[in-house]
Design a protein around this ligand. Structure first.
Ligand code: PEP
Ligand code: MG
Length: 548
């Protein structure tokens, strides 16, 4: 009987292939018997040098995105780091333990040096793990290369690593940790790689072992037999009809169906699936792996490519949303006790206003002479004062349509005030759920609290939509919530006139919408918000659908 592991399916589809594990994290090595100082020092020096070479080789293969690796190679070869390891060996530590401790000492040393930037903790940890793994004779941490397509199994994956995955090589993704709306999940979905997160027990899967990943159901099966494989072949929905044209309800009420994109690479699928525009262009995804901030010219070129791809369809550009689970090496935010509640999104401009002004300059440059209607919005806005400041920055840069994302409950509660100072708002359902329920969206253990069917969440969305209707200003709902066709009906019933989602689900949502009238949607919305919890909300709407 094949063993099955249950997790949260975050990117639908079935993949079958051999496991390749992301190794690590490397555990702190224990110190053992007395050491031969000369031998251990030599081993440590060789390991640092070898890791420097390995990172350099990886950087040369990575091309433009290899800046982080170049920087890491430089650190691995920093003589002061090897000297620290040597000193620790001379006090009696074996090479692995000395290397481990040397990195902590190195970090402190760099933090105390006002002339040099403090290296990013994750980057430093990665070099340390490579050096220590080499000294212990263990496999190097990082994305494996087994020479054939594989199912990637990891404890967790960062958005930067996920963004770089090649869907031709990576058949499926399975992580022990991670939440349903984490940026890693969002990226896996946009790459079209079936993925299951928050899947305990998969640590016991062996490299090379055949597994089946069902990203719809949220299950991973080890050594699947032919019955299991046969049962997973998707049966086409009998009612799945293809509906073309702009989104509208059965009685003709327009609902703009927009795509979420991370760059021009996502445009093809969005347009093929009839996206009426871009609901959120996550600009940070284009530059996550950078050592230095992208120049105005680089940014402008990247934005113009997206505008040209969408032609006369509206594109809403979201300014950089860096911080929390999306660190970017070129923005040094330092250690924050709780990054999701810290300097993130628009708050980064408090420290580095030039990042925002450069970006607005680049957006204005890219839109000059373009036929694309461009709107610009800021992430992680909490107060009307922040919204007003952002709108003023946009206007100063010649950007006519400025808005903000409603991701923090404070912004939802004061949406009417926000709409007095900006031209539009967009509900970021992923973060609004995270901040409403004080639940980290990267934490799969608490996924029930992030459920967008939670009535309290729907109440806040309704507040924003009502404020939009009163002000006569547009409100979009974006994030993962509108990707659920049944919830999309509820959102329309609450008043949403525009929904943004992963391009892949646009046809499904369009077809569902076309089967229900606006009055039906209002009934579903009333049923959902009057429920006591998400299960009841779903059940009530399902019931109402059956009776329609
Ligand atoms: C959201 O929070 O819903 C959103 C669209 O932004 P992101 O997922 O990039 O944080
Ligand atoms: Mg967000």
């Amino acid at each position: 009987m094949p063993s099955t592991y249950a997790g949260i399916g975050v990117s639908a589809g079935v993949a079958v292939g051999p496991v390749a594990r992301v190794h690590g994290p490397v555990l702190p090595p224990r110190d053992g018997a007395p050491v031969d100082v000369t031998v251990e020092t030599g081993r440590a020096v060789d390991a640092f040098e070898a890791v420097g070479g390995e990172l350099e080789a990886l950087a040369s293969r990575a091309g433009a995105s290899g800046a982080v690796l170049v920087r890491q190679a430089r650190i691995a070869r920093d003589p002061s780091l090897t000297a620290l390891a040597g000193q620790l060996v001379s006090t009696g530590r074996a090479a692995p333990r000395a290397a481990w401790e040397a990195f902590a000492a190195y970090r402190d040393m760099r933090a105390a040096d006002p002339m040099r930037a403090v290296p990013d903790r994750a980057e430093l940890d990665d070099i340390r793990d490579r050096v220590v793994a080499r000294l212990l004779g263990e496999p190097a941490p990082g994305i494996p290369d087994p020479g054939q397509p594989f199912v990637l199994v990891a404890r967790d994956l960062s958005p930067a690593v996920t963004a770089g995955l090649d869907p031709h090589r990576v058949l499926g993704i399975v992580t022990e940790r991670g939440g349903p709306t984490s940026h890693t999940a969002v990226l896996a979905k946009s790459l079209g790689i079936p993925a299951v997160v928050a899947c305990p027990g998969v640590a016991s899967l062996r490299s090379g072992q055949r597994v089946m990943v069902d990203g719809g159901v949220g299950e991973v099966t080890a050594d699947p037999d032919s019955d299991t494989l046969g049962a997973a072949v998707p049966v086409p929905e009998p009612t799945a009809e293809v509906v073309q044209g702009p989104g509208r309800t059965r009685d003709g009420r327009p609902v703009r169906l927009l795509a979420a994109v991370g760059g021009v690479g996502d445009a093809g699928e969005a347009l093929a699936n009839g996206a009426e525009g871009v609901g959120v262009f996550r600009t940070e995804f284009a530059f996550l792996d950078r050592d230095e901030p992208p120049t105005v010219a680089e940014q402008s070129a990247a934005y113009r490519e997206v505008f040209d791809a969408f032609g006369t369809r509206e594109v809403t550009v979201r300014t950089l949303d860096i911080g929390a689970d999306k660190p970017a090496p070129y923005v040094r935010l330092g250690d924050q006790p709780n990054p999701a509640l810290g300097v993130r999104g628009l708050r980064v401009a408090r420290r580095h206003v030039e990042l925002l002004t450069d970006q607005l300059t680049a957006i204005a440059m890219a839109s000059r002479g373009s036929k694309t209607p461009v709107r610009v919005m800021a992430p992680m806005v909490a107060t009307t004062a922040e919204a007003a400041w952002f709108a003023a920055q946009c206007r100063e840069h010649g950007i006519a349509t400025a808005g903000v994302m409603v991701e923090v409950p404070a912004a939802a509660l004061r949406a009417a005030d926000m709409l007095r100072v900006v031209d539009f708002v967009s509900v970021g359902s992923n973060d609004l759920a995270q901040y409403t329920f004080a639940t980290d969206r990267a934490d799969g253990e608490l996924a029930d609290l992030l459920d967008p069917w939670q009535p309290a969440f729907l109440d806040l969305v309704a507040t924003v939509l009502r404020a939009g209707a009163v002000a006569g200003r547009p409100v979009t709902v974006c994030g993962e919530a509108p990707s659920d066709p049944m919830l999309a009906l509820v959102l329309v019933g609450l008043g949403a006139g525009a929904l943004s989602m992963t391009a892949r689900v646009l046809p499904d949502v369009r077809a569902t919408l076309a089967r229900h009238s606006y009055d039906d949607c209002v009934r579903y919305a009333t049923a959902a918000v009057s429920a006591d919890g998400p299960s009841e909300a779903r059940a009530r709407v399902r019931d109402a659908l059956d009776r329609t």
